[in-house]
Design a protein. Structure first.
Length: 257
């Protein structure tokens, strides 16, 4: 059902089964796939693609131009996957040419009220952003990460899979996968044990990740020597430990410790 007060450009592509509430504005070049529900007073700007069965609440701003002084009106995009929940007053911005031209949000993410995703961010699948969480530009969030309310993440940071960031946390360096981070400047506080158990990680995997954490972050070794020691240990055979090592090795902003 499309409410008669909604303003929809004739060049927008709206598939069957899409619901659009009162006073929405949908520009040309927008694509919305079947089963998506859009609440009242939502603005969806040109260059936005939205997948199937998403839920977008009232007053969300989707696909607005990036907040970047380098942006000069180029055609860029915001790509949103399937079954995402996007709550009220969310702001999701398109990419910039310098950052690759697109902001990407995967599938089954839960983005709570007043959160912000800036230009050129890449968000994986089943990520949770609590109320007021803020992502600057060019951020990578891997699958199953949880970003606490009123937290802020610096541009170009990366957040690893299954990591959890506490509310009111300022993140200025990368947060490794499977870890907990908190503080006015994020510090690590061990493994995200509760989250990993809920995700059905085995006890063997948890023990391996705990050992890797102790060696890398609590042994007093340099990062290079610690990674070498973990790499030579039998735990390095586990996929999760390999991912942890690779994540740290590719970091450009440095690792929160």
């Amino acid at each position: 059902m499309i409410h008669p007060t909604a303003i929809i450009d004739s060049k927008a592509d709206i598939e069957g089964g899409v619901e659009i509430g009162p006073y929405c504005v949908i520009e040309k070049g927008v694509s919305i796939s079947e089963g998506t529900k859009i609440g009242p007073h939502v603005v969806i700007r040109e260059g936005t693609q939205i997948g199937k069965q998403c839920q977008i609440s009232q007053f969300a701003s989707i696909g607005e131009a990036p907040q970047s002084v380098a942006y000069k009106g180029e055609k860029t995009s915001l790509l949103i996957g399937d079954r995402n929940i996007i709550r009220e007053f969310i702001t999701l911005h398109r990419g910039t040419i310098k950052g690759g031209g697109k902001t990407v949000i995967g599938n089954e993410n839960f983005i709570m009220a007043y959160s912000h995703v800036a230009h050129d961010c890449q968000i994986g699948n089943q990520v949770i952003m609590a109320n007021g969480a803020t992502l600057a530009g060019h951020i990578l969030i891997e699958d199953h990460a949880i970003i606490g309310g009123l937290s802020a993440i610096h541009q170009f940071c990366q957040i690893g899979a299954h990591a959890i960031i506490s509310g009111l946390t300022g993140v200025s360096q990368d947060v490794p996968p499977y870890m907990m981070a908190a503080g006015s400047r994020a510090k690590l506080y061990g493994l995200n044990t509760v989250g990993l158990k809920r995700a059905n990680f085995s006890e063997e995997t948890l023990r391996a990740l705990k050992k890797a954490y102790r060696i890398i972050f609590r042994s007093g070794l340099t990062l290079e020597k610690a990674l070498k020691q973990v790499g030579e240990d039998e735990i390095a055979q586990m996929i999760e430990v390999q991912h942890l090592i690779e994540f740290i090795q590719r970091s450009k902003r440095g690792i929160s410790r």
